[in-house]
Design a protein around this ligand. Structure first.
Ligand code: F0G
Length: 471
């Protein structure tokens, strides 16, 4: 077992509340058994997301003080712009307050009936496209759909499906095609350089621009460095530069590989698009040299984007997920393989085989992890992605996953050892974990605010465990 080697020391610490099992049980009951409704301070290890939850470096904190808060033409914007141009080579840079704001502005060129292919759309990307009447298509490669496949680039786009899509809808209906690196919705799996190059070649024949959803571009660059032939002697910056050289634009959430707590951007090469986007930006976010951010945020991001491309940082980052994955392998805990860049995706269907999909095994697992050890994960299964037929009956989602996303530079190996222990305990006692029914369901994005209740049989089991094992 290789230890992780963090390329940093800890200078400031944030207290984390240690709770007892009884307190967690009560907190979850008060939150109507939905971990989204918990107070964050009641979560000892919060793995809800890797977005905006990272720790900044001393260089970023120092940069924060340099923020130029001028309304127009600030020095901080120049640094932000220059850094992004160095990494991407793309001409126009528009800051936004986060990734979905960039998507929202990009979607202003989508018209009803347009089709936007992607390896897999993230939910906000899909929502922004569908909101303006576009159709968001996922064209993920076959290996990406196979939970057990150990293929190195399971985030790749299926090239045949892309060609078929252009044939079916016609290039004039496709204002741009996207590719998401890494593919969050598909388990944080990487996309190979070969695939990005091939996608671009197909699109170029039809004059369709390629937009990269670049949230985790540096993690993807690291995967290419480790797994793709010909990239071992290149720096992560050089790999990123090549990735973006195939793109006509990109959307970015700097809450991921910008190593910042807030921020994003939209970039493009086309002058007419840039003009249009700038006008949309002014309406939605602010003047084009701050776009929804403070000058200090721009400074922090300019430093963070480069820190994300540090090889030692990425090696450490990937060793965190690999460390957890190896321990899960030892215990036989099922998860989506091979492990992705920013998260472990537990396979709740295989983990809790006694819970039918109609009783949300993903929620069963999320809640059990919380009660057992104050670990907050998120269900990516039938609650988040399930749909309904015309009679209102639930159609379960294909996969029932629980994502444990790892915030950047926040938790230590000891935290991960604790996490593994918690997962191990739940795994050992999995047959007493119960299913849930929904008792309150909002009409949209129900996972955020719905209420759950344990199904009858299990309601008797869990309190017993609470009394028996104590904290
Ligand atoms: N694209 C991808 C691939 C993402 O993972 C996210 C956010 C966004 C776009 C939107 O960016 O949050 O800054 O508006 N993902 C977070 C997550 C929320 O938990 O995976 P945003």
């Amino acid at each position: 077992m290789k230890s992780m080697v963090p390329p940093f020391r800890i200078k400031v610490v944030e207290p984390a509340k240690v709770t007892t099992r009884e307190e967690r049980w009560q907190a979850l009951k008060d939150a109507n058994m939905n971990v989204f409704l918990l107070d964050a301070e009641d979560c000892y290890i919060d793995l809800l997301t890797d977005s905006g939850t990272g720790a900044m470096s001393t260089r970023q904190w120092a940069a924060l003080m340099l923020g130029d808060e001028s309304y127009a033409g600030s020095r901080s914007f120049k640094k932000f712009e220059e850094t992004i141009k160095t990494i991407t080579g793309i001409k126009h840079v528009l800051p936004t307050h986060q990734g979905r704001a960039a998507e929202n502005i990009l979607a202003t060129i989508v018209k009803p009936g347009h089709v936007i292919p992607n390896n897999s759309h993230f939910d906000t990307t899909r929502a922004n496209i569908e909101f303006v009447g576009g159709k968001a298509l996922n064209l993920l490669c076959e290996e990406g759909l196979d939970m057990g496949s150990e293929a190195p680039f399971k985030g790749n786009m299926d090239l045949e499906k892309l060609e078929a899509c252009i044939e079916e809808y016609g290039a004039e209906q496709i204002p741009f095609c996207m590719i998401t690196v890494t593919n969050n919705t598909g388990g944080g799996q990487p996309v190979s350089m070969e695939n990005i190059r091939a996608v671009k070649a197909i699109l170029a024949q039809h004059d369709i621009p390629l937009i990269i959803d670049a949230c985790r571009f540096a993690e993807n660059a690291f995967f290419i460095h480790e797994r793709e032939e010909g990239y071992q002697d290149k720096t992560l910056l050089e790999i990123a530069q090549e990735m973006f050289s195939y793109a006509d634009g990109a959307t970015m959430s700097c809450k991921k590989d910008g190593m910042a707590n807030i921020g994003g951007f939209l970039i493009c090469n086309d002058d007419a698009w840039a003009e249009h986007f700038r006008n949309a930006l002014i309406l939605r976010e602010g003047f084009p040299t701050y776009g929804g951010l403070a000058g200090r945020d721009l400074e922090v991001i300019a430093v963070g984007l480069m820190e994300a491309l540090d090889y030692d940082y990425q090696a450490y980052r990937h060793s965190c997920v690999e460390y957890i994955a190896e321990k899960l392998d030892e215990m036989g805990v099922p998860y989506l393989r091979p492990v992705g860049g920013h998260a472990i995706y537990l396979d709740a269907k295989a983990f809790l085989q006694h819970i039918p999909q109609s009783q949300y095994p993903g929620i069963g697992l999320v809640n059990a992890l919380y009660i057992e050890g104050g670990v907050r994960g998120v269900e990516l299964g039938s609650v988040m992605f399930g749909s309904k037929d015309e009679q209102g009956n639930e159609i379960p989602s294909e996969l029932e996953l629980v994502r444990l996303a790892i915030p950047r530079r926040v938790y230590t190996q000891s935290h991960f050892d604790y996490l593994v222990q918690v997962i191990g305990e739940v795994w050992k006692n999995r047959f007493v974990v119960c299913g849930y029914k929904m008792t309150k369901e909002p009409p949209f994005l129900r996972h955020f605010t719905c209420h759950f209740e344990a199904v009858e049989a299990a309601r008797r089991v869990i309190p017993l465990r609470v009394r028996k094992t104590g904290s």
